[in-house]
Design a protein around this ligand. Structure first.
Ligand code: PEP
Length: 249
C-alpha cells in the first residue's frame, strides 16, 4: 500500500504567533493514528517555531522552496542543509507560483530535487498545466514534458524518495477543482510515465493532488486509485477545514 500524505502549503501567510496558534490547534485536533501522514509547510520565518512545536509529534515539517546550491554567496537563498538542521523533512519544489513569478524551469527544479535528495529531504515536486494548455488539449504533453524534465537522470532509488504533486494551475486558489475523474486521469498518466523509469518504484511513489482541495471535495478526490493525498493551500490555513481533509484521507 502506498503512503498517503496530506500536506499544507501555507504560502506567504502566518506570523510566528499565528503559526504557533495554528500548529497548536492541529496538534490538539489530530491524533496521527489515521492512515495519512500530515505535513505542514509554513514560511521560512516560521520554520523554527514550527520545528520546536512539532518535534516528536505525528505532524511532519516541510519548506516551500530551497536553493539548488549547497552553500555560499547566494543572497536570500536557503539550502537543504539549513532546512535539515532545523528539523525540516519535506520541501515543495517547482510550485506553479515559483514557476510563474520566479521563472523556475523544469531544469532548475531537477537540480533542486537532486540537492534535496542528496541532503536527505523528501522533495514534493509539483507539475500542472494552465487553463489555456488544458483547453487546447495539451495537458498530456505538458505533464509529460514536466515529468521528463524534473525527473531527468533519476532511477528507482531517487523515485522511491520523491513525492509528486499534480496541481492544475487553473485550480490553484481559484475555487475550481479538477473533478475526481479529471485528476485521476492525469495521476494515472504520471504513474505510467514514471513506470518507464522503474515500474516498481512508480507504484510506490505517492502522487498528491492540489488545487482548491476543501473539506467537501477531498473524499471524492482521495478515493481515486492513483490519488495518494493532497497538497492543500488556502484550506490548510483553517484548522477545522484542514483536519476534515486529514480525516477524509
Ligand atoms: C497550492 O498552492 O499548492 C494549492 C493547492 O492552493 P489551493 O489549495 O489554495 O488551491
Amino acid at each position: 500500500m502506498r503512503r498517503k500524505i496530506i500536506a499544507g502549503n501555507w504560502k506567504m501567510n502566518g506570523t510566528v504567533g499565528e503559526t504557533e496558534a495554528l500548529i497548536k490547534q492541529l496538534l490538539t485536533a489530530t491524533t496521527g493514528s489515521g492512515h495519512a501522514e500530515t505535513v505542514v509547510c509554513p514560511p521560512f520565518t516560521s520554520l523554527m517555531i514550527a520545528a520546536k512545536l512539532l518535534k516528536g509529534s505525528h505532524i511532519g515539517l516541510g519548506a516551500q522552496d530551497m536553493s539548488q546550491h549547497a552553500k555560499g554567496a547566494f543572497t536570500g537563498e536557503i539550502s537543504a542543509e539549513l532546512l535539515l538542521t532545523l528539523g525540516v523533512r519535506f520541501v515543495i519544489l517547482g510550485h506553479s507560483e515559483r514557476r510563474q513569478y520566479h521563472f523556475e524551469t523544469d531544469g532548475l527544479v531537477n537540480l533542486k530535487t537532486r540537492a534535496a535528495l542528496a541532503a536527505g529531504l523528501t522533495p514534493i515536486v509539483c507539475v500542472g498545466e494552465t487553463l489555456e494548455q488544458r483547453e487546447n488539449g495539451h495537458t498530456e504533453s505538458v505533464i509529460r514534458e514536466q515529468i521528463q524534465g524534473t525527473m531527468s537522470g533519476f532511477g528507482a532509488d531517487e523515485l522511491r524518495r520523491i513525492v509528486i504533486a499534480y496541481e492544475p494551475v487553473w485550480a490553484i486558489g481559484t475555487g475550481r477543482t479538477a473533478t475526481p475523474d479529471q485528476a485521476q486521469e492525469v495521476h494515472r498518466s504520471i504513474r505510467q510515465l514514471l513506470a518507464r523509469i522503474d515500474d516498481a518504484a512508480s507504484r510506490e511513489l505517492p502522487i498528491l493532488y492540489g488545487g482548491s482541495v476543501k473539506a467537501d471535495n477531498a473524499r471524492g478526490l482521495l478515493s481515486q486509485p492513483d490519488i495518494d493525498g493532497a497538497l492543500v493551500g488556502g484550506a490548510s490555513l483553517k484548522a477545522d477545514e484542514f483536519v476534515q481533509i486529514i480525516n477524509a484521507a
